[in-house]
Design a binder for this molecule. Structure first.
Ligand code: COA
Length: 211
């Protein structure tokens, strides 16, 4: 199964060689077994029909319909719940202080002014990631069903792109123990010793564009 997203330029290419479901263009057959899907925003922009059905290519590989969009105030509760659920996969109990960070109130107080991307399939949140104008990336979480399909990598590239456009040359993160190697594949390196933050082990890492 391969997952991808389209940006505007890619969508224009796609329109030259559209994949058709019924009589509607919905994506690009980039390679056998690989279909790229337009984001809802792109679909609106190009007035394509909103079809979010499963496409099956000649080799019968199924593509996930993942859409990306910016966080809105209405998402505060569901995003908080989503993050807590993912955290609980890895630890038995979450410290009260950490839990408070995921309440709608805290999210609505602290997240405005930052770049938060929501990933969805069938209107259900399957991922989130956040970048702050000071170069910090936080809250990168992918639903377990969607891991190891390149979704996290794509999400990170979108967050980094936003930071690069703000002339940020160094990206910083506190990684969970489970994600350190994921970030290493993306060019991050250690930026200090492991720390314990309210019961959570965190590994400071960074990626510098100065080299
Ligand atoms: C860490 C996480 C965000 C990665 O997202 P993902 O969609 O599974 O990652 P991708 O499929 O995009 O993987 C990209 C690359 O990293 C590698 N990778 C992914 N997870 C990895 C892991 N845990 N250890 C080592 N490598 C990993 C993949 O093999 C892939 O390598 P490739 O490009 O050479 O093929 C996701 O697993 C997750 O949400 N984990 C639980 C929550 C968490 O720990 N979040 C981080 C908080 S700081």
């Amino acid at each position: 199964m391969t997952v991808s997203f389209l940006d505007k330029r890619e969508l224009l290419e796609c329109l030259r060689a559209p994949v058709v479901a019924g009589s509607n263009p919905v994506g690009l057959m980039a390679a056998p077994g690989f279909v790229q899907i337009a984001s809802i925003r792109s679909v609106r922009e190009f007035k394509l029909p909103r079809i979010w059905k499963i496409l099956v290519d000649s080799r019968a590989h199924i593509t996930l319909m993942i859409t990306t969009r910016r966080f809105t105030r209405k998402d505060a509760r569901s995003v908080g719940k989503f993050i807590v659920k993912v955290e609980l996969e890895f630890i038995k109990k979450i410290d009260k202080f950490i839990l408070e960070q995921y309440t709608p109130k805290h999210i609505l107080d602290k997240w405005p002014g930052t770049y938060v991307l929501i990933l969805e399939e069938n209107k259900k949140i399957i991922g989130v990631g956040r970048a702050k104008p000071n170069g910090w990336i936080t809250h990168v979480f992918i639903h377990k069903k969607y891991r190891n399909k390149g979704v996290g990598k794509r999400l990170m590239s979108r967050l980094e792109y936003w930071l690069k456009r703000k002339e940020i040359k160094e990206f910083q993160l506190n990684s969970s123990p489970y994600a350190v190697n994921f970030y290493k594949t993306l060019g991050y390196e250690s930026n200090g010793r492991k720390k314990i933050y309210y019961g959570l082990a965190i590994y400071p890492i960074k990626k510098s564009l100065f080299k």
